[in-house]
Design a protein around this ligand. Structure first.
Ligand code: NDP
Length: 296
Protein backbone atom coordinates (compact mmCIF):
# COMPACT_ATOMS: atom_id res chain seq x y z
CA UNK A 1 0.00 0.00 0.00
CA UNK A 2 2.94 2.32 0.62
CA UNK A 3 3.54 2.92 -3.08
CA UNK A 4 -0.07 3.91 -3.86
CA UNK A 5 -1.01 7.44 -4.84
CA UNK A 6 -4.45 8.70 -3.76
CA UNK A 7 -6.30 11.91 -4.60
CA UNK A 8 -9.38 13.29 -2.84
CA UNK A 9 -11.14 16.27 -4.41
CA UNK A 10 -12.59 19.01 -2.19
CA UNK A 11 -10.79 17.70 0.88
CA UNK A 12 -10.01 20.84 2.87
CA UNK A 13 -13.04 20.09 5.06
CA UNK A 14 -15.97 17.74 5.67
CA UNK A 15 -16.07 14.17 4.39
CA UNK A 16 -13.14 14.72 1.98
CA UNK A 17 -10.91 15.82 4.85
CA UNK A 18 -12.02 12.75 6.81
CA UNK A 19 -11.17 10.45 3.89
CA UNK A 20 -7.68 11.97 3.56
CA UNK A 21 -7.16 11.46 7.30
CA UNK A 22 -8.18 7.80 7.13
CA UNK A 23 -6.12 7.06 3.98
CA UNK A 24 -3.05 8.53 5.70
CA UNK A 25 -3.74 6.49 8.84
CA UNK A 26 -4.07 3.35 6.73
CA UNK A 27 -0.56 3.90 5.35
CA UNK A 28 -1.31 4.86 1.74
CA UNK A 29 2.08 6.11 0.46
CA UNK A 30 1.06 9.43 -1.05
CA UNK A 31 -2.25 11.07 -0.26
CA UNK A 32 -3.19 14.34 -1.95
CA UNK A 33 -5.44 16.69 -0.02
CA UNK A 34 -6.72 19.02 -2.72
CA UNK A 35 -8.69 22.25 -2.48
CA UNK A 36 -9.77 25.00 -4.85
CA UNK A 37 -8.53 27.59 -2.34
CA UNK A 38 -4.80 27.37 -1.55
CA UNK A 39 -5.12 28.92 1.93
CA UNK A 40 -7.94 26.61 3.03
CA UNK A 41 -5.96 23.68 1.59
CA UNK A 42 -2.70 24.56 3.32
CA UNK A 43 -4.36 25.11 6.68
CA UNK A 44 -6.09 21.69 6.42
CA UNK A 45 -2.73 20.05 5.66
CA UNK A 46 -1.09 21.86 8.59
CA UNK A 47 -3.87 20.58 10.90
CA UNK A 48 -3.20 17.00 9.82
CA UNK A 49 0.56 17.46 10.21
CA UNK A 50 -0.02 18.50 13.81
CA UNK A 51 -1.73 15.11 14.26
CA UNK A 52 1.36 13.35 12.89
CA UNK A 53 -0.05 12.66 9.41
CA UNK A 54 1.67 13.68 6.20
CA UNK A 55 -0.62 14.38 3.24
CA UNK A 56 0.60 16.37 0.24
CA UNK A 57 -1.27 19.41 -1.03
CA UNK A 58 -2.16 20.50 -4.55
CA UNK A 59 -4.58 23.17 -5.71
CA UNK A 60 -7.54 21.68 -7.62
CA UNK A 61 -10.72 23.38 -8.74
CA UNK A 62 -12.74 20.64 -10.41
CA UNK A 63 -14.64 23.10 -12.60
CA UNK A 64 -11.48 24.74 -13.94
CA UNK A 65 -9.98 22.88 -16.91
CA UNK A 66 -6.55 24.49 -16.48
CA UNK A 67 -6.41 23.61 -12.79
CA UNK A 68 -7.28 19.95 -13.47
CA UNK A 69 -4.80 19.74 -16.37
CA UNK A 70 -2.02 21.25 -14.26
CA UNK A 71 -2.65 18.77 -11.47
CA UNK A 72 -2.72 15.85 -13.93
CA UNK A 73 0.67 16.93 -15.32
CA UNK A 74 2.04 17.18 -11.80
CA UNK A 75 0.82 13.65 -10.91
CA UNK A 76 2.26 12.23 -14.12
CA UNK A 77 5.62 13.86 -13.64
CA UNK A 78 6.01 13.10 -9.92
CA UNK A 79 4.36 9.67 -9.66
CA UNK A 80 3.68 8.38 -13.18
CA UNK A 81 -0.08 8.58 -12.46
CA UNK A 82 -2.46 7.69 -9.63
CA UNK A 83 -4.12 4.62 -8.07
CA UNK A 84 -7.08 6.02 -6.10
CA UNK A 85 -9.32 8.89 -7.15
CA UNK A 86 -12.12 10.00 -4.85
CA UNK A 87 -14.45 12.48 -6.54
CA UNK A 88 -15.83 14.04 -3.39
CA UNK A 89 -16.06 17.80 -4.06
CA UNK A 90 -19.60 19.09 -4.48
CA UNK A 91 -21.96 21.89 -3.70
CA UNK A 92 -25.63 22.18 -2.75
CA UNK A 93 -28.24 24.81 -3.53
CA UNK A 94 -28.78 27.53 -0.92
CA UNK A 95 -32.47 27.92 -1.65
CA UNK A 96 -33.90 24.61 -0.39
CA UNK A 97 -37.40 24.71 -1.82
CA UNK A 98 -37.13 27.03 -4.82
CA UNK A 99 -35.02 26.05 -7.81
CA UNK A 100 -33.71 28.87 -9.97
CA UNK A 101 -32.06 28.29 -13.33
CA UNK A 102 -28.77 29.99 -12.36
CA UNK A 103 -28.40 28.00 -9.16
CA UNK A 104 -29.46 24.72 -10.79
CA UNK A 105 -26.89 25.21 -13.56
CA UNK A 106 -24.16 25.99 -11.04
CA UNK A 107 -24.92 22.91 -8.89
CA UNK A 108 -24.99 20.69 -11.99
CA UNK A 109 -21.75 22.19 -13.34
CA UNK A 110 -19.91 21.53 -10.07
CA UNK A 111 -21.40 18.14 -9.18
CA UNK A 112 -21.87 16.51 -12.58
CA UNK A 113 -20.21 18.35 -15.49
CA UNK A 114 -16.88 18.60 -13.63
CA UNK A 115 -16.62 14.80 -13.79
CA UNK A 116 -16.00 15.10 -17.54
CA UNK A 117 -13.03 17.41 -16.97
CA UNK A 118 -11.70 14.95 -14.40
CA UNK A 119 -12.30 12.07 -16.82
CA UNK A 120 -10.47 13.86 -19.65
CA UNK A 121 -7.31 14.67 -17.68
CA UNK A 122 -7.09 12.17 -14.82
CA UNK A 123 -8.49 8.94 -16.31
CA UNK A 124 -5.63 8.60 -18.85
CA UNK A 125 -3.10 8.55 -15.98
CA UNK A 126 -4.97 6.07 -13.77
CA UNK A 127 -2.73 3.08 -13.17
CA UNK A 128 -3.60 -0.59 -13.78
CA UNK A 129 -6.18 -1.78 -11.16
CA UNK A 130 -6.91 1.79 -10.08
CA UNK A 131 -10.07 2.70 -8.18
CA UNK A 132 -12.39 5.62 -8.72
CA UNK A 133 -15.14 6.53 -6.28
CA UNK A 134 -17.77 9.05 -7.34
CA UNK A 135 -19.40 10.28 -4.15
CA UNK A 136 -23.11 10.65 -4.71
CA UNK A 137 -25.96 10.63 -2.20
CA UNK A 138 -29.20 8.91 -1.26
CA UNK A 139 -30.68 11.97 -2.99
CA UNK A 140 -29.04 10.58 -6.16
CA UNK A 141 -30.87 7.25 -6.04
CA UNK A 142 -33.15 6.72 -9.03
CA UNK A 143 -36.20 6.40 -6.74
CA UNK A 144 -36.02 10.20 -6.31
CA UNK A 145 -37.33 10.37 -9.87
CA UNK A 146 -40.96 9.59 -10.85
CA UNK A 147 -41.01 10.38 -14.57
CA UNK A 148 -41.33 7.06 -16.43
CA UNK A 149 -39.61 8.21 -19.59
CA UNK A 150 -36.44 9.22 -17.70
CA UNK A 151 -36.66 6.25 -15.33
CA UNK A 152 -36.57 3.95 -18.37
CA UNK A 153 -33.74 5.78 -20.12
CA UNK A 154 -31.52 6.09 -17.06
CA UNK A 155 -32.00 2.56 -15.73
CA UNK A 156 -31.27 0.67 -18.97
CA UNK A 157 -28.14 -1.50 -18.96
CA UNK A 158 -26.64 0.13 -22.05
CA UNK A 159 -27.05 3.70 -20.81
CA UNK A 160 -24.82 6.26 -22.59
CA UNK A 161 -23.65 9.78 -21.66
CA UNK A 162 -26.17 11.17 -24.15
CA UNK A 163 -29.05 9.75 -22.04
CA UNK A 164 -27.77 11.60 -18.97
CA UNK A 165 -27.02 14.83 -20.81
CA UNK A 166 -30.52 14.80 -22.31
CA UNK A 167 -31.96 14.30 -18.80
CA UNK A 168 -29.95 17.28 -17.53
CA UNK A 169 -31.00 19.43 -20.50
CA UNK A 170 -34.65 18.47 -19.92
CA UNK A 171 -34.37 19.45 -16.25
CA UNK A 172 -32.57 22.75 -16.86
CA UNK A 173 -34.88 23.82 -19.65
CA UNK A 174 -37.98 23.00 -17.59
CA UNK A 175 -36.58 25.12 -14.74
CA UNK A 176 -35.82 27.93 -17.20
CA UNK A 177 -39.24 27.79 -18.89
CA UNK A 178 -41.21 27.26 -15.69
CA UNK A 179 -42.56 23.93 -16.94
CA UNK A 180 -41.12 21.76 -14.15
CA UNK A 181 -43.72 19.32 -12.79
CA UNK A 182 -43.63 18.35 -9.12
CA UNK A 183 -45.06 14.92 -9.93
CA UNK A 184 -41.90 14.03 -11.89
CA UNK A 185 -40.04 13.74 -8.56
CA UNK A 186 -40.68 11.93 -5.26
CA UNK A 187 -40.08 15.16 -3.34
CA UNK A 188 -38.86 18.57 -4.47
CA UNK A 189 -36.54 20.10 -1.82
CA UNK A 190 -32.92 20.35 -3.07
CA UNK A 191 -34.13 19.43 -6.53
CA UNK A 192 -31.08 20.60 -8.50
CA UNK A 193 -28.81 18.75 -6.08
CA UNK A 194 -30.95 15.60 -6.42
CA UNK A 195 -30.79 15.81 -10.22
CA UNK A 196 -27.00 16.39 -10.18
CA UNK A 197 -26.47 13.35 -7.94
CA UNK A 198 -28.81 11.14 -10.01
CA UNK A 199 -26.57 12.13 -12.94
CA UNK A 200 -23.41 11.19 -10.99
CA UNK A 201 -24.81 7.69 -10.30
CA UNK A 202 -25.92 7.28 -13.90
CA UNK A 203 -22.53 8.40 -15.19
CA UNK A 204 -20.80 5.84 -12.97
CA UNK A 205 -22.82 3.17 -14.79
CA UNK A 206 -21.44 4.42 -18.11
CA UNK A 207 -17.86 4.98 -16.97
CA UNK A 208 -17.29 1.55 -15.44
CA UNK A 209 -18.20 -0.17 -18.74
CA UNK A 210 -15.95 2.04 -20.87
CA UNK A 211 -12.80 2.23 -18.79
CA UNK A 212 -9.93 -0.22 -19.37
CA UNK A 213 -6.90 -1.44 -17.33
CA UNK A 214 -9.18 -3.28 -14.85
CA UNK A 215 -10.11 0.00 -13.21
CA UNK A 216 -12.99 -0.23 -10.71
CA UNK A 217 -15.43 2.70 -10.68
CA UNK A 218 -18.22 2.82 -8.11
CA UNK A 219 -20.50 5.39 -6.55
CA UNK A 220 -21.75 5.71 -2.98
CA UNK A 221 -23.94 7.38 -0.42
CA UNK A 222 -21.77 8.38 2.59
CA UNK A 223 -24.74 8.74 4.98
CA UNK A 224 -26.40 11.80 6.43
CA UNK A 225 -23.35 13.49 7.92
CA UNK A 226 -22.73 16.49 10.15
CA UNK A 227 -20.78 18.84 7.86
CA UNK A 228 -21.08 22.39 6.54
CA UNK A 229 -23.17 21.05 3.65
CA UNK A 230 -25.90 19.87 6.04
CA UNK A 231 -25.46 22.84 8.40
CA UNK A 232 -24.14 20.32 10.89
CA UNK A 233 -27.30 18.19 10.83
CA UNK A 234 -27.10 14.45 10.32
CA UNK A 235 -26.89 11.14 12.17
CA UNK A 236 -23.27 10.37 11.35
CA UNK A 237 -19.91 11.88 12.17
CA UNK A 238 -17.38 12.57 9.43
CA UNK A 239 -15.24 9.75 10.79
CA UNK A 240 -18.12 7.25 10.46
CA UNK A 241 -18.95 8.45 6.94
CA UNK A 242 -15.42 7.67 5.69
CA UNK A 243 -15.70 3.93 6.32
CA UNK A 244 -17.48 3.12 3.04
CA UNK A 245 -15.31 5.29 0.74
CA UNK A 246 -12.10 3.97 2.32
CA UNK A 247 -13.45 0.40 2.04
CA UNK A 248 -14.08 0.94 -1.68
CA UNK A 249 -10.65 2.51 -2.11
CA UNK A 250 -8.61 -0.11 -0.27
CA UNK A 251 -10.44 -3.22 0.88
CA UNK A 252 -13.20 -4.11 -1.54
CA UNK A 253 -12.60 -6.76 -4.22
CA UNK A 254 -11.39 -5.31 -7.55
CA UNK A 255 -14.27 -7.10 -9.31
CA UNK A 256 -16.85 -4.75 -7.72
CA UNK A 257 -17.61 -2.25 -10.48
CA UNK A 258 -20.41 0.13 -11.43
CA UNK A 259 -22.19 -0.35 -8.08
CA UNK A 260 -24.09 1.99 -5.77
CA UNK A 261 -22.75 1.42 -2.26
CA UNK A 262 -24.54 2.45 0.93
CA UNK A 263 -22.72 3.99 3.93
CA UNK A 264 -22.78 0.58 5.69
CA UNK A 265 -20.74 -0.86 2.74
CA UNK A 266 -23.69 -2.87 1.43
CA UNK A 267 -24.68 -2.74 -2.22
CA UNK A 268 -28.03 -1.16 -3.17
CA UNK A 269 -29.73 -1.62 -6.51
CA UNK A 270 -29.58 1.84 -8.05
CA UNK A 271 -32.06 0.88 -10.77
CA UNK A 272 -34.79 -0.10 -8.26
CA UNK A 273 -37.24 2.75 -8.84
CA UNK A 274 -39.50 1.61 -5.96
CA UNK A 275 -36.86 1.51 -3.26
CA UNK A 276 -38.08 3.13 -0.02
CA UNK A 277 -35.57 5.69 1.16
CA UNK A 278 -35.98 8.30 3.90
CA UNK A 279 -34.87 10.98 1.43
CA UNK A 280 -37.89 10.26 -0.77
CA UNK A 281 -40.45 10.04 2.03
CA UNK A 282 -42.53 13.23 1.82
CA UNK A 283 -43.34 13.48 5.52
CA UNK A 284 -39.73 12.99 6.70
CA UNK A 285 -38.34 15.41 4.15
CA UNK A 286 -40.95 18.08 4.91
CA UNK A 287 -40.19 17.83 8.65
CA UNK A 288 -36.45 18.16 8.02
CA UNK A 289 -36.85 21.12 5.67
CA UNK A 290 -39.19 22.90 8.11
CA UNK A 291 -36.58 22.41 10.84
CA UNK A 292 -33.80 23.85 8.65
CA UNK A 293 -35.88 26.82 7.59
CA UNK A 294 -36.88 27.64 11.18
CA UNK A 295 -33.19 27.60 12.21
CA UNK A 296 -32.01 29.91 9.43
P1 NDP B 1 -18.81 20.15 2.45
O1 NDP B 1 -19.65 21.25 1.93
O2 NDP B 1 -18.49 20.08 3.88
O3 NDP B 1 -17.44 20.08 1.61
C1 NDP B 1 -17.47 20.20 0.22
C2 NDP B 1 -16.05 20.29 -0.29
O4 NDP B 1 -16.09 20.44 -1.72
C3 NDP B 1 -15.30 21.52 0.24
O5 NDP B 1 -13.96 21.20 0.47
C4 NDP B 1 -15.43 22.52 -0.91
O6 NDP B 1 -14.40 23.49 -0.94
C5 NDP B 1 -15.29 21.54 -2.07
N1 NDP B 1 -15.64 22.14 -3.35
C6 NDP B 1 -16.80 22.75 -3.72
N2 NDP B 1 -16.69 23.20 -4.98
C7 NDP B 1 -15.46 22.86 -5.44
C8 NDP B 1 -14.76 23.02 -6.65
N3 NDP B 1 -15.28 23.67 -7.70
N4 NDP B 1 -13.50 22.51 -6.76
C9 NDP B 1 -12.93 21.86 -5.73
N5 NDP B 1 -13.54 21.70 -4.53
C10 NDP B 1 -14.79 22.18 -4.40
O7 NDP B 1 -19.56 18.80 1.98
P2 NDP B 1 -19.55 17.32 2.59
O8 NDP B 1 -18.23 17.01 3.14
O9 NDP B 1 -20.77 17.16 3.41
O10 NDP B 1 -19.81 16.48 1.25
C11 NDP B 1 -18.80 15.70 0.62
C12 NDP B 1 -19.48 14.84 -0.43
O11 NDP B 1 -20.45 13.98 0.17
C13 NDP B 1 -20.23 15.64 -1.49
O12 NDP B 1 -20.09 15.01 -2.73
C14 NDP B 1 -21.67 15.58 -1.01
O13 NDP B 1 -22.58 15.79 -2.05
C15 NDP B 1 -21.71 14.15 -0.47
N6 NDP B 1 -22.79 13.89 0.48
C16 NDP B 1 -22.80 14.51 1.70
C17 NDP B 1 -23.82 14.20 2.60
C18 NDP B 1 -23.86 14.79 3.98
O14 NDP B 1 -24.81 14.43 4.73
N7 NDP B 1 -22.91 15.65 4.39
C19 NDP B 1 -24.91 13.27 2.27
C20 NDP B 1 -24.78 12.68 0.97
C21 NDP B 1 -23.75 12.98 0.12
P3 NDP B 1 -14.57 24.97 -0.24
O15 NDP B 1 -14.27 24.80 1.20
O16 NDP B 1 -13.56 25.77 -0.99
O17 NDP B 1 -15.99 25.38 -0.49
Amino acid sequence: MTDKVAVVTGSNKGIGYGIVTELCRRGVGTVYLTARDIHRGHSAVEKLKRDGLNPKFHQLDITDTRSVEKFANHLKEKHGGLDILINNAATIQQNITKTTYEEAKHVIDVNYKSLFIIEKYLFPILKENARVINISSDLGHISNLKNNYWLNRLSKDDIEVQDIDDFIDWFLSSVKNGTLKEEDFAVTPYLAYRVSKIAVCALTRVQYRKVDRNIAINTLHPGFVKTDMTQNNGFMTVEQSCKAPVYLALDCDQSVKGKFIWFDKSERDWTDRNMDLLCTDKETVEKYVAQLISKS
